[in-house]
Ligand binder design. Structure first.
Ligand code: ATP
Ligand code: MG
Length: 247
């Protein structure tokens, strides 16, 4: 099983859009996929149109060591299940802070899912926190969607520095450009600058209104716009990613 956390220190950069679409493509490939919505905003759960069935499930998963299987729900799509977000995900910070062995708990939960799934995609809230630190330790891959702007360069450097300071394995940090507008010189220049680092995939997601329409359709792109350019961009990114992570 490979666990992939969609993360960025910055909000609104396309973490959820990337999570929803890559997970769907993985399932289309025949892999057994679990989505774990760790963001109390619950956007991934909204796009997959799933509401939690267990009250306060997210916090109880940690504080009461609930079996993750009891929170797993079907999405209506073949090969994809989901642990939907609930509002108690906003208390995770406090719960993790109080738990001395919180890091181990994350790993244990992922370990419990190992037999059932090939991929776990985790949609994370933005920011540096106890939660993000736990995720950085537990996930196999931290995928960071990045809009090529000046502020994103600073954010990218801050995340890299954080990995170095905390002695985290920087090889698990992978990045992809999102909301790219190649008509903008700045976007082109920043893509060129950051690509030197070899942490960025060559395929990127342009700024496209078809991606925005995910909210209207509450579905992955490949479902409501299968032949679109946007769907192809996500598919190209997924193919490139797969080559890099599946030996
Ligand atoms: N490639 C794109 N082209 C156009 N709009 C996009 C694209 N990717 C995402 N969006 C839109 O931008 C907004 C933010 O995207 P998304 O929710 O995926 O970001 P996020 O990083 O998950 O945000 P948050 O930090 O709030 O969780 C959404 O309205 C989404 O529809
Ligand atoms: Mg999001």
């Amino acid at each position: 099983m490979i666990s992939i956390a969609l993360y960025n220190l910055k909000g609104g950069v396309g973490k959820t859009a990337t999570c929803v679409n890559l997970s769907y493509l993985a399932a289309q490939d025949g892999y057994k996929v679990l989505l774990w919505d760790l963001d109390p905003q619950g956007s991934t759960s909204f796009y997959y149109d799933v509401s939690p069935k267990v009250k306060a499930g997210t916090s109880r998963l940690f504080s009461e060591q609930l079996d993750p299987a009891s929170l797993i729900m079907q999405t209506g799509y073949e090969n994809i299940d989901i642990i939907p977000a609930d509002l108690t995900a906003r208390n995770l910070e406090l719960i993790l802070e109080e738990m001395k062995s919180s890091r181990r708990r994350f790993k244990t939960i992922l370990h419990q899912l190992e037999k059932q799934y090939d991929f776990v995609f985790m949609d994370c809230p933005p920011g540096f926190s106890v939660l993000s630190e736990n995720i950085f330790h537990a996930a196999d891959i931290v995928l960071m969607p990045t809009i090529p702007t000046t502020l994103s360069v600073r954010t990218y450097e801050a995340v890299k520095q954080y990995f170095a300071e905390k002695s985290l394995d920087s090889s698990k940090l992978m990045c992809c450009f999102t909301m790219v507008d190649i008509r903008k010189n700045m976007h082109n220049e920043i893509i060129e600058e950051l690509s030197r680092d070899r942490k960025f995939f060559a395929n990127y997601i342009p700024y496209l209104s078809d991606v925005e329409k995910m909210g209207l359709h509450q579905a992955p792109l490949a479902v409501y716009a299968p032949g679109s350019y946007a769907a192809r961009c996500f598919s190209d990114l997924w193919e490139e990613m797969k080559e890099g992570i599946i030996a």
